[in-house]
Ligand binder design. Sequence first.
Ligand SMILES: NC(=O)C1=CN([C@@H]2O[C@H](COP(=O)(O)OP(=O)(O)OC[C@H]3O[C@@H](n4cnc5c(N)ncnc54)[C@H](O)[C@@H]3O)[C@@H](O)[C@H]2O)[C@@H](O)CC1
Length: 168
Amino acid sequence: MPKPGSKEIYKRLVKQCENLSIPIIPPGSNDIESLREALLRPHTDVILDAIFGFSFNPPIRAPFDSVLPLLNESRLPIVSVDIPSGWDVEKGNSLGVGLRADVLISLTAPKEGVKDFVGRHFLGGRFVPRSIEKKYELNLPPYSGFDQIVELISDKNNSHNSPISQDK
Ligand SMILES: NC(=O)C1=CN([C@@H]2O[C@H](COP(=O)(O)OP(=O)(O)OC[C@H]3O[C@@H](n4cnc5c(N)ncnc54)[C@H](O)[C@@H]3O)[C@@H](O)[C@H]2O)[C@@H](O)CC1
């Protein structure tokens, strides 16, 4: 938590983390060594990235401009939620400053900017009404049984992997 969120929900989430003994980076630890030590703890298996999402606009401001390279430098697998942090929601990682995600979990529909994402790609958010899906031509894939997540096939010609742009 190099920069604490201002919303009430963050206070409650911090409380939950404390109750569950989940370590938190204290706000203000913004020098590189403190960040490195806090972010890349020994025995870390995977990085779950939900720093920025569809509302992100480049450039990346401090302190996150130091955080993303540290995560990229680690050899740990990165799982990103909705869009890898630092990617432009429409232009993708054209500036090359975004996270190198190994796995992407798109929410509701893949965003325009992840068209060139290479890696395992899942979709979650099985609640889009048919009328909305049709209106915006989302071409969402069928979910199996009661599943809340579906893996998208990376074949770019596959209609299931249809992206959605920010204005939709
Ligand atoms: N909360 C949700 O349910 C969802 C959030 N999503 C996205 O996920 C991200 C995080 O969600 P939160 O609810 O935590 O959003 P918040 O707006 O609470 O937190 C985003 C944080 O990023 C910082 N930030 C934004 N642009 C920046 C930039 N260019 N450089 C440096 N810092 C920047 C803001 O100052 C803020 O501290 C947002 O981009 C949001 O749009 C979506 O992708 C998916 C659904």
